[in-house]
Design a protein around this ligand. Sequence first.
Ligand code: SAM
Ligand code: SF4
Length: 472
Amino acid sequence: MYRVDSMKAEEFISHEEIMDTLAYAQENKNNVELIDRILARARQRKGLNHREASVLLVCEDEEKNQEIYALAEQIKKDFYGNRIVMFAPLYLSNYCINGCIYCPFHAKNKHIPRKKLTQEEIRREVIALQDMGHKRLALETGEDPKNCPIEYVLESIRTIYSIHHKNGDIRRVNVNIAATTVENYRKLKEAGIGTYILFQETYHKESYEKLHPTGPKHDYAYHTEAMDRAMEGGIDDVGIGALFGLELYRYEFAGLLMHAEHLEAVHGVGPHTISVPRIRRADDIDPDTFDNGIDDDTFAKLVACIRIAVPYTGMIISTRESQKCRERVLHLGVSQISGGSRTSVGGYVEPEPEEESSAQFDISDNRTLDEVVNWLIKMGYIPSFCTACYREGRTGDRFMSLCKSGQIQNCCHPNALMTLKEYMEDYASEDTRRAGELLIQRELSNIPREKTREIVVRNLAEIEKGKRDFRF
Ligand code: SAM
Ligand code: SF4
């Protein structure tokens, strides 16, 4: 039985409901009249439900598809302007007791070097990240209660926040660790994390159990209900995602939206972000052994349809994707990207030789953060190092109401400009600095409120004199 507000995984992610949705979408993929009605609803900027969005995802009418892409682009512009938030992953430990078939950290992999950073090593990694210009991290660990208990994660978060190298500062630590208890989520909240991120991998229960044959992650319900426990523990910004390639993408798409609808129905706030990782080659993992890989065109359609279905939800894309692919999906809805990433434990200080790599997967976009920032600026985007919202208490529904009231342009936009200015003063190459300066001058006129604009101009001058961390 499907019940959006049930607390049981199998009811809010009902297999039957997904199968019915896929059948409905398939039947209507050329139903132009229905597609027009759905698009008209989508134009109201209030999102779509999983059934409506699933029809758009499989729509075969070329003209309608162009409308879908154009609408996704417009919604992206309306809600996020041209800002792109920057972050980097930080791998703390690759010890893992799970058996995930797609991940080289799985417990049976005997030859991957197992590493766990000491607090001193974390310091060095964080200094390397700060010296690149990063302000926002996503912590990554395998699941291992002995080698990587919650106390270690909490201590690491404290260490990270305490490091201030030169003008460097990590101001937001997001956390991507295994599903855990309400009590542990509460501890993470108290440690001052930003978003708690957990990928469902696949919403298809039967496949999920096969792909996770051993370890605690095998428990589908415990994993799927994790975000409810996180919210019960006081974390109101959660990030969901599916690992594309494991199961049929249309199934995952419906599952992701049903998950978002469930969080909204039960907790009054949907996910803060959605991630769309695709499986990558890794130590003992060959992505070709998974049957459900999607090509770049399908991937772009997926991103566009997510953008239309959940306009207020940020969308994240990592360096799993190439420069070319990232460029395409930035237009269609992605609002956060990583840059200069390493997926190995300790990889920012000491790049590892390939044959001894502790990395989780191969990276497609190998550019430095400065190259990524430069590229974004030259495409007319504003790379943003802003972390203001959660530090100002704008999380969960408070953040969502800010989005919905359209006030973001008086808040996120100036914050993006001021944090980009900090980046340019402290870390940018000459060319990036020059291009960034022009961008900032141009973008000042896009701050709607005059008073705000004046404050920003003043703060930009203060940043030049050495002051940091201005925010609205
Ligand atoms: N261990 C925690 C977990 O499984 O939820 C979180 C951290 S894990 C390092 C982060 C994510 O990497 C996983 O959720 C999975 O989706 C993704 N991942 C694993 N193997 C991958 C691969 N070969 N290619 C791309 N992404 C992968
Ligand atoms: Fe461990 Fe996470 Fe990799 Fe699974 S995906 S093997 S839980 S690190």
